[in-house]
Structure formats: C-alpha cells, structure tokens
Design a protein around this ligand. Structure first.
Ligand code: MLT
Length: 404
C-alpha cells in the first residue's frame, strides 16, 4: 500500500485564504443581494500598466512567427530580464548582484515554498508570529516541524519570533539559535517594517550564528520613508547569509500574470557547497521557466514608462492605505502599518477574537478582511485590511466599518 506524506496531516485547517474564500462564497450565496467589499487577500485590482500590455502584445506577436518563436526559456530566466533586474533593483541601490545570481520564476509564493528543497531536514526554522503562512506551512509539509500544539497553535520545533504591539512589531533575537530565519519587510501581515540598521543587526546575527536568512522583499515598492532597506543586500555581509525573494505581483500587478525571482548570491556557502549551485540544480530539474511573454512583460516594468506607470499604481494603493488608516483612526480604532506597506493591521474592538471580528464585519457590513490569528497566535485580536481594492470600494468599506 502506498503511503502519503504524513507531514501534511500536521497542517492546521486549510490554507488561510482558501478558508476565507469559502466563507465569503457561502455568505454571498446566502445573501445574493449584498454588495460585498473585499479587503481580504492582497490581490491587486488595477489593470496591468500600458507599457506592460504593449510588451506582452509584442511578445505574443513574436510567438506567432517561426523566426521569433521561443520554446523553453533559459534556466534562470532570459538575460534581458535578469539584466534589467540587476540594474534597477540592485546596482541602483548599491548592491552588486550579478545576473547569474538571479533566478526568474513564476512568483515569490512558489519560491518561498520551493527554497526549502535545498535545505536539510534537521534545520530549525525561525518565523515571525504573525507570519505569511506559506513559510511555515511549507516547512510543516517538508517535515521540518513537529506537531502543532492544539492550545497554542504553535508547531513543535519551530522558533517563533513574536511581533507584537509591545515590541513595535519588530522581531527580537531568539534565545535558541535558528538555522533558517524567514524575514519579510515591509511586513505581511502587519504592514510594519524595520529600519536598515535593524536589518543590518539581523544580518550580523545570521553571520555570527551561521544561519541563513530567507528575506521576502515582495513589498519593497511601498517603502515611503528613508532609512529602510529596499533589498537586504544593502546591508553589509548579506551576500554571505541571505537569499532574497522578489515578486512582480504587488509592484506591477502580476498576481494573475505570475512572475518573480529569487536572488541566491554566489558568496552564500554552506561549507564548500554553493547554494547558488544547489538552487540552479533544483530549478533546472523541477522548473521550466516563466513564459517568454511574461518575462518580456516583466522587462517592460523597468522601462521608463513602465516605472512611471507602475509607480502610479503603487501610489494609488497607498492612497487607499491612507484612507483606511485615517478613517479607522478617526473612528477610534488602534491601527498599525499602512505607511510603508499596503496592509493595515488593526486591533479588534472590544476584545473580539480575530474570527469574531471577521464574522461581525462580513455579516454587519459585508466587508471582507483577514483575521490576524490566521497568520499565527500572536495575530489574535488583530485584523488585516488590504489597500489593493479600488479607491471607491476602499472608501465605502471604511465608511461601513466606521458606522458599525
Ligand atoms: C496576502 O494576502 O497575504 C497575499 O496576497 C498572499 C500572497 O501574496 O500570496
């Protein structure tokens, strides 16, 4: 008889955003007349920028002719895209990353799960609490954790870094030494971030303790304040201890188009083994590359027009963030985030649990958000709203929440 991967049985419930989608679908079926405003999953709503669409159309046309048709993409991605990434995301920020340290993919979600393939099973992981569930769940699936404690919801063997009101949502160094540290700044779900000097301390910590940092910088385009690193490679020594995950979803609206990349510096070694080599081997074996059309679309994000147009989209979402922050503050809510990130993290009123507040908002205001406890135990009594809706819907949702 075949056997399943029993680690999957340790997972608690279904994937957070699938649970929410089912709840909302059930509510919608029971209340077809309700106009539901969705500020739940961080999914963009603006169409792709014109420069991106033009590039895609051109690429589609190329695929129609034998002389310009493309088959499999090169391992790691087309040079034209990797060069644009190097120049605009790294060299312009003083980080000397080479094209052969960039691996283009179909998005940061898959990379953040897949990266576990190149690490041993005995590694101890550290994650923030609350956390984007993919980092944790993929490690549970991979067998790098024990069982979840039914009372606390925490997995045995995982080092949790609580990010709370008390510590300003900044993770503190753990007392036990982790091997793999997942960090995401600006942060999903809290919408908070840390300064470059605080990030430098994590890099120093990782270098001293022989840990590797998996750094998710999917929201860097939302950074508005000075003194915050746009890439971990702005920190000294990061090339020796950090892998960076990047996405085109939030800065350029590719949630449905799918494109991202992972940076694995050549200096990142485990003894005499290069992690860049391992990831290259993993990707060439298990992945056949992001589509040519999509990589051309990604290249267009870095064109002059593309940068201007996508910047306008990010500004549009940040206007939503300000609308949520200001509206909820004025109504007496305690709110965090939303200044350097498209997420607002609010405290549930009257000691409601996160899921109670979710039901309350859905039933009383037909507004969907994300319960903080879905991101981890320290997210209990918090709730996440996203700024990725239309301005009109965002404004209407804030008015509905404030009138409750
Ligand atoms: C979120 O809502 O946290 C994100 O949309 C999830 C993701 O980017 O995969």
């Amino acid at each position: 008889m075949f056997q399943i991967n029993e680690n999957y049985l340790k997972l608690q419930g279904s994937y957070l955003f699938s649970t929410i989608a089912s709840k909302v679908a059930a509510y919608s079926a029971a209340n077809p007349q309700k106009d539901i405003l969705r500020l739940g999953i961080g999914d963009v709503t603006l169409p792709l920028a014109p420069a991106v669409i033009d590039a895609m159309k051109n690429a589609v046309e190329e695929m129609a002719h034998p002389e310009t048709f493309r088959g499999y993409a090169p391992d790691g991605g087309y040079e034209f895209l990797r060069r644009a990434i190097c120049e605009h995301d790294y060299r312009s920020r003083g980080a000397d990353i080479g094209t052969d340290e960039i691996f283009v993919s179909d998005g940061a979600k898959s990379d953040s799960g897949n990266i576990g393939d190149i690490f041993g099973m005995q590694n101890r992981i550290a994650v923030c609490d609350p956390v984007y569930p993919v980092y944790l769940d993929t490690n549970v699936m991979g067998g790098r954790t024990g069982l979840a404690d039914p009372l606390t919801g925490r997995y045995e063997g995982v080092i949790y870094l609580p990010c709370t009101e008390e510590n300003g949502f900044v993770p503190q160094f753990p007392s036990e030494r982790p091997d793999i540290i997942y960090l995401c700044f600006p942060n999903n779900p809290t919408g908070m971030t840390i300064s470059k000097s605080e990030l430098q301390k994590w890099v120093d910590y990782a270098l001293n303790s022989g840990s590797v940092i998996i750094y998710d910088a999917a929201y860097e385009a939302y950074i508005r304040e000075d003194g915050i690193a746009h890439t971990i490679y702005e920190c000294e020594g990061a090339k020796k201890c950090a892998i960076e995950l990047r996405s085109f979803s939030k800065n350029a609206g590719f949630t449905g188009t799918r494109l991202g990349f992972t940076v694995v510096p050549k200096q990142l070694m485990c003894g005499d083994v290069s992690l860049n080599d391992l990831w290259a081997r993993r990707q060439s074996t298990k992945f056949n590359g992001a589509p040519y059309i999509v990589q051309r679309a990604g290249e267009a994000v870095y064109s002059e027009e593309g940068r201007r147009q996508t910047r306008e989209q990010v500004d549009y979402y940040m206007r939503n963030a300000a609308c949520i922050l200001d509206g909820l503050k004025a109504a007496g809510y305690t709110v965090y985030g939303g200044v350097n990130a498209p997420y607002i993290w609010l405290k549930t009123p009257g000691q409601m649990t996160s899921w109670e507040f979710f039901d309350h908002l859905l039933e009383r205001a037909a507004v969907v958000g994300t319960p903080g406890s879905g991101f981890g135990p320290a997210g209990e009594h918090f709730f996440r709203l996203t700024a990725f809706g239309s301005y009109e819907n965002t404004k209407a949702a804030v008015e509905r929440i404030c009138s409750l």
